[in-house]
Each structure stands twice: as C-alpha cells, then as structure tokens.
Design a binder for this molecule. Structure first.
Ligand code: GLA
Length: 378
C-alpha cells in the first residue's frame, strides 16, 4: 500500500529564485546539492515550476518540454533526479494557460497526467491561473486527482489555488495532498507574516495526508531572484519564517539557490529539532495567543507534539525590542495545576529548566524563540 504525504512534504521548488530561468543543467546541479546536503534531513522532492514547456502541444495533444531548456527531454531529467535518491516534481495549471502563459491542463487532465507519469514524475504542483469563468474549481481539482490516480503512478498532488473557495474546507476531500491557501510569497517580512496571520485559524484540517501549504520558503534568498521583492528578509526574519512554518507543520519547500546558500540559512533549514517539530506525526496546529497593543504585535504558539511533548514559540512581530510573555494558563497550565514544562531551546539546545506560571523572553524586533519539552510536577 502506498500512502503519500504522511508527513508535511519537504523539498525544493525552482520558482522563488529562478522563475523562467530553468534548465536541465540547473536542475541537475540542484539535484546534486540536494542529495549531498539536504536529503538526509528529509528534503526529498525537487520540483520544476512554471515555464518548462513549449508554447504549443504536439500533434497528439501532449505537453512538450522546451528542447532549448531541456535538450534531453524530461524523462532524462527525472532519471537523473531519481538516480540521486530524490523524487521529481513538475508543474501544470487547472486553467487554459499557466500563470506565465504556457499550455495548461484544462480539458487535458488525463493526457497530461499520463505524460507526467510516463516521465517518472512523483509530485505535481497544480496552479489556478487563466481558469474559465464558467469552470468549476472543485471539479477540476477532482478531475486531475482522478487523472493522476488513473496514471498508475504515485504522484503527490500539490494544489495551488491561492485560497479560492476556501480550500481548507474541501481540498482534502478531492484527494489532494497539499493546497496553497494564499497568494504568492515575496522575500520580505510583511509578506510572510501576512500569509501566516491569514492562515493561523485555518490549520485544523491540515493533517497527515493533506496539508495547508503557505508557499515555498524564501529563507536564504536575501532579496535575490524571482520573488526578491520589497525589503529583503534578514537572518532573524528567516529564523522566524522557518519557525512559523515548523510550528504550523506546513510543507517545507525551500526556494533559495541551494548552490550558494549562506551557512546561516543552511544551518537553519537543517535544524533537526525544528524539522522534528514540523514533521511531528500528529501534525497539530498550535493554540494561538496573539497580542496586539501599542507596543506592537506578538504571538505565543503552543503546539501539542506526539508522545506528550510540547513546543512553545514566542514571536515578536513588532519593530521594537520587547518582552514577549507566555502565560501558561493560556494553554491549560495555571500556577495551581502543580505542573510546569521542562523546556530547552530548539535552536540552541540550551536548557531552560522547569518553567511554570509564565515565561518572559526579551526579543529583538522580528526575533523569536522556540522551546520544546515535557510536563513535569513541580
Ligand atoms: C502562481 C503560483 C506561484 C508560481 C507561479 C508560476 O503565481 O502561485 O507559486 O507557481 O504561478 O507562474
């Protein structure tokens, strides 16, 4: 029996950095780096996004890889990616043209799914541009789901309709394994925090088998590349972005150029404790305690993990250094309970001891702390 997406999918996608500038050589180089440095940590899907095909289908109505970008065809690329122990992902769209204007799968669902399966594709990102006004969004995702199943290959179905028709209510039922719930991320603080804030109360249906996807990470882009728009994130903002994706058990698709990633960004995305929180088998969304005051915005996230563990995240969204306070009564542990949490810092491994009643951390602007631990009698 094959069970896809039992944990939040992890991998890399070409869009954030490269946009249309993709090629066989680039994908092979990325596969080499992924296999060498990231596969062991769990990043297994290498996904080519939009702009890979010719502008027209062939005589049999099939999509054709652009021979200038992929001179040996897509099967050869898939074979190379597989030879590195990775899984291979591709992109199409539910509308009549992709977002960048390439041919797309509306009314070609079954032939395209068969083409992808024939090439050895393991993951399909399925976008929503140029969708007919009279089209039925849910039915078209359902149709592609059926087409992928008919193809005879296990293909993880990554829907990307940006939250249209509230996909958190129905995407699981049409067989997808993850669904983009927001518009496109940009490599700046406002973009990724707006995305998170819009989804914080929509993660209860995100669970093994089908996840709320809040887009590819921008960690390590530093403003370079296709979505490098606005004031680029700094390292502390990347730390916050990664911590939020992990606390939400959202899919972890890297978007930066892995060939020359900074050591800080690399260490962050390889942080085993944070990945363990993301990949926790229960995939529960956190309890959210938010505070918006004259001082700015802060969030405390409390996440149940499997095996009676817990993760506690403190986030300073404001533009000033400030104290962020977690009041344990907010997650069912008032002083009178007689229990506290024995915590350690997920980033540094530093022990925080037996904490109870409340915890205060002084956090720089846009910084965060994530702690993990277990309950203990005081
Ligand atoms: C949409 C998607 C992006 C990316 C582009 C490609 O904007 O949301 O993630 O796939 O299309 O054109």
């Amino acid at each position: 029996m094959s069970l896809l997406a039992q944990k939040p999918p992890m991998g890399w996608n070409s869009w954030n950095t490269f946009g249309e500038h993709i090629s066989e050589d680039l994908i092979k180089e990325m596969a080499d780096v992924m296999a060498r440095d990231y596969l062991k940590a769990g990043y297994e899907y290498l996904v080519i996004d939009d702009c890979w095909s010719l502008m027209e289908r062939d005589e049999a109505g099939r999509l054709v890889a652009d021979p200038k970008k992929f001179p040996h065809g897509m099967k050869a690329v898939a074979d190379y990616v597989h030879s590195k122990g990775l899984k291979f992902g591709m992109y199409s769209c539910a509308g009549v043209r992709t977002c960048a204007g390439y041919p797309s799968s509306y009314d070609h669902e079954f032939v395209d799914a068969a083409t992808f399966a024939g090439w050895g594709v393991d993951f399909l990102k399925y976008d929503f541009c140029n969708f007919p006004t009279t089209g039925d969004c849910r039915m078209r995702y359902q149709m592609m789901s059926m087409a992928l199943k008919a193809s005879g290959r296990d293909i993880l179905f990554s829907a990307c309709n940006w939250g249209v028709e509230e996909p958190w209510h129905w995407m699981r039922s049409v067989g997808t394994h993850m669904y983009r719930s927001t518009g496109d991320i940009q490599d700046n603080f406002v973009s990724f925090t707006d995305i998170v804030k819009s989804q914080l109360d929509k993660f209860c249906d995100s669970a093994p088998g089908c996840y709320n996807d809040i887009d590819m990470l921008t960690v390590g882009m530093y403003g370079k590349g296709n979505v490098g728009l606005g004031q680029p994130c700094n390292d502390s903002e990347y730390k916050m972005q990664f911590a939020l994706w992990c606390m939400l058990s959202a899919p972890l698709m890297m978007g930066a150029d892995l060939r020359n990633l900074s050591e800080t960004a690399k260490a962050l995305m390889l942080n085993q404790e944070l990945i363990r929180i993301n990949q926790d088998p229960e995939c529960r969304p956190p309890i959210v305690v938010s505070k918006v005051s004259d001082w700015g915005e802060s969030y405390v996230l409390f996440k149940h993990l499997a095996d009676n563990e817990f993760a506690l995240g403190l986030f300073n969204f404001s533009d000033k250094k400030r104290n962020v306070q977690a009041i344990f009564a907010d997650f069912g542990l008032p002083e009178s309970a007689g229990y506290g949490l024995e915590l350690k810092d997920a980033f540094t491994g530093e022990e925080a001891g037996l904490c109870h009643d409340y915890l205060i951390r002084e956090l720089e602007s846009h910084d965060c702390t994530v702690l993990v631990g277990r309950m203990k009698a005081r």
